[in-house]
Ligand binder design. Structure first.
Ligand SMILES: [Zn+2]
Length: 218
């Protein structure tokens, strides 16, 4: 059984403490789910550098390329890792008639936060887990343009950025990372009594690059 100390840090030979108070927010009083991410960077150090900034965003754990698990925030604290929620009832075909209008599909940018507000009136498992009730696990990995894909010649920096965001695919999660992820998810589910059905890849719960963590398995 996983041992958790009075600071919310895991005590295990498999987890290295590397806590960044800068990414911690309010108390996390109940954990209903786990969200699996990829960092968007090619090294753990790159994420650590960003986590050290005041009010930085991050998640509770980070799994390096070699499978080493770092705990970057106390599991007694919230971290901002999820973003605006998508309507779970739309994805799972469980919306009641009155909910369809509220949960309009493919919302405009201005409507994303409205959808999130509607979702947050519900609780897990009717909505997806969010920052207020989930643990975040980051896996080191970045999006790259597939071979042969590049922004049109003469594109402006902004157009290149948009092209990249629309076409880049996250590099594959490797076997060492997936081995560590599977262990960590199993231990957290057990220790925190999380339902096995409440572990999600980030793009399932928020509007994100659909390839983020698509090759993660647990
Ligand atoms: Zn993410």
């Amino acid at each position: 059984m996983l041992h958790i100390d009075d600071q919310g840090m895991l005590v295990s030979a498999r987890v290295r403490p590397r806590r960044f108070p800068q990414i911690e927010r309010q108390p996390l009083s109940e954990v209903k789910g786990i969200i699996v991410h990829q960092t968007g960077a090619s090294s753990a150090q790159s994420s650590f550098n960003s986590y050290g900034n005041a009010n930085a965003n991050g998640a509770h754990f980070l799994i390096d390329k070699d499978g080493i698990i770092y705990q970057t925030a106390s599991i007694f604290k919230r971290t901002n890792h999820v973003g605006s929620l998508q309507a779970r009832c739309l994805a799972e075909y469980t919306c009641k008639p009155a909910e369809f209008k509220k949960s309009a599909k493919f919302p405009q940018a201005s409507e994303i936060s409205r959808m999130h507000a509607v979702e947050m009136l519900k609780s897990v498992p009717v909505r997806y887990p969010s920052n207020v009730d989930s643990i975040g696990i980051e896996i080191v990995g970045k999006p790259v343009l597939p071979p042969g894909k590049s922004a049109p010649e003469g594109a402006t920096p902004r157009q290149r950025e948009v092209y990249f965001n629309n076409n880049a695919v996250y590099e594959a999660v490797n076997a060492a990372q997936n081995g560590s992820l599977a262990w960590l998810v199993k231990e957290l589910i057990h220790a925190l009594r999380i339902s096995e059905t409440e572990v999600f890849r980030h793009p399932v719960v928020s509007r994100k690059n659909p390839s983020e963590a698509s090759t993660a398995s647990w």
